[in-house]
Design a protein around this ligand. Structure first.
Ligand code: IFL
Length: 456
């Protein structure tokens, strides 16, 4: 459905030319590692099938389950997030089983409140990538039903910026104080939906929200990280590449990558130029991006959030390969030190600010995106170390578990839905070289959902 974009062509041909002959040589048996990832996925799916089938999230230590994004009602979140990962791994029986569950059970008509952002990236995105894999129209219909229930949150604001929460049945909205990520992380899913259904309302709503926030950037080109979606008034002074801003920047690039939207490309370039001008700092030979005042550019702190480690991959995709590689190496050095990244880290002092790690995929995401560009062995090695550490420390009786403390390697009884969609897919793709995936032209969303590039 999506033609090969000029951007993909440029980066694909460029990367082949840049590829040194030695970059492919390796002592590691990458395909065997890919098979190992697939075995782990099959095992984890079996646990979920046996202990939490149709529930949102399995509790990997106790074998219980918990709901998300609704309170006390399950939508099969992990199952939906897993679908395209199962498919690309060739776990076809498991994929069919999951799709059958969706067809028999999924119903979004629930009197309960969800995060508009989380529901879009995980559920709309998960259903659309499963539709991309299978072309089963029931999956598209489910995705559309879900998106239709989110749409009133965009319409309620004069700026077209969604409130953060909405009731799936009544459309009642809540919380107008939003942020860049929850404003601008919709266009690939909604754009895909518009193309697939012929109804442009979804893409247009997603785009308008992105533009409304972009137009309110400061004179030095930075966005703060809290805004009233009804008035457009900023409620914070902090500019950050981490949460809750991170995927706003990602989806400016993605609007160009997936949909060929030149205005998205121009907005991406303007935001990135401002970030590269005001936020980089170096310590101990490592590049970091610090939080700054969005109007003056004055540094606020050196605190680093692990979720920002995706950003090296995005910089690489957008053409800033040197900075993207340097930033990813900075995080890889922290991974070497702790085995698993702490979610909060201060590179100026080397201190851990938050020792948790909720099975975070971001460094594997960055490594995968950089590897797609230049096929350098070092990115695969970062992904391998990420995977092997996860196998060693996060594996529990009924699945993979969060880390309560990466310095002590203690687990906590939670497995987020994105685990099924993100790192297991990144690992498999970077190691396996599967024919089901077009490595030159694929598109993956912020949640790891493949919306272009599956080969049937
Ligand atoms: O839902 C995930 C997604 O990658 C995102 N933010 C955080 C999650 C993973 O840490 O956009």
């Amino acid at each position: 459905m999506f033609p090969l974009s000029r951007r993909s062509l440029l980066s694909a041909s460029g990367s082949l030319l840049l590829l040194p002959a030695t970059a492919r040589a390796s002592k590691e048996d990458w395909r065997a590692l890919g098979e190992d990832v697939k075995r782990e996925m099959r095992w984890a799916w079996g646990q979920y099938r046996g202990h939490a089938w149709g529930k949102d999230q399995i509790k990997p230590i106790s074998g219980g389950f918990e709901s998300f994004p609704l309170k006390n009602h399950h939508l099969g979140l992990s199952l939906i997030e897993a679908l395209d990962t199962l498919w690309v791994m060739g776990l076809d029986d498991e994929f069919r089983d999951g799709v059958d569950w969706v067809k028999r059970n999924l119903d979004f008509d629930v009197d309960g409140e969800v995060s508009v952002f989380e529901t879009s990236i995980r559920l709309v995105g998960g259903l659309l990538s499963a539709y991309h894999a299978s072309r089963d129209p029931a999956l598209l219909a489910n995705a559309r039903d879900c998106a239709d229930r989110l749409m009133p949150s965009f319409a309620a604001s004069p700026l077209g910026i969604p409130h953060r929460f909405i009731n799936l049945r009544t459309g009642a909205i809540r919380d107008p104080i939003t942020n860049p990520a929850e404003t601008g992380t919709f266009i690939p899913e909604f754009g895909f939906l518009s193309r697939a259904t012929g109804d442009d309302r979804y893409r247009a709503a997603a785009k308008r929200a992105q533009v409304s926030m972009f137009e309110r950037r400061s004179k030095i080109g930075l966005l703060a990280d809290a805004m009233d979606c009804m008035t457009g008034e900023w409620k914070s002074r902090r500019a950050s590449i981490g949460p809750p801003s991170d995927s706003y920047y990602e989806y400016l690039w993605d609007g160009w990558d997936l949909l060929g939207d030149r205005e998205c490309l121009a907005m991406y370039r303007a935001c990135t130029a401002a970030i590269l001008r005001h936020q980089p700092r170096t310590t101990g030979g490592h590049l970091w991006f610090v939080d700054v005042d969005f109007e003056t550019g004055k540094p606020i702190n050196w605190d680093q959030d692990e979720l920002a480690s995706f950003y090296g991959g995005l910089l690489g995709q957008g053409g800033a390969r040197r900075e993207g590689a340097a930033y990813t190496r900075s995080w890889a050095a922290v991974q070497k030190r702790f085995g698993i990244l702490p979610e909060g880290y201060d590179p100026a002092t080397g201190k851990v600010l938050s020792a948790t790690n909720s099975l975070r995929p971001e460094l594997a995401d960055a490594a995968f995106n950089l590897w797609l560009i230049d096929r350098r062995e070092e990115w695969r090695i970062i992904a391998r170390d990420h995977y092997l550490a996860m196998k060693r420390w996060n594996k529990a009786r009924y699945g993979y578990a969060d880390m309560a403390d990466v310095t002590k390697k203690t687990q906590s009884d939670h497995c987020p839905g994105y685990w099924w969609s993100e790192q297991m897919k990144y690992y498999y793709l970077i190691f396996s070289d599967t024919p089901r995936f077009d490595y030159r032209r694929a598109y993956l969303s912020t949640e790891g959902n493949v919306l272009r590039g599956f080969r049937r």
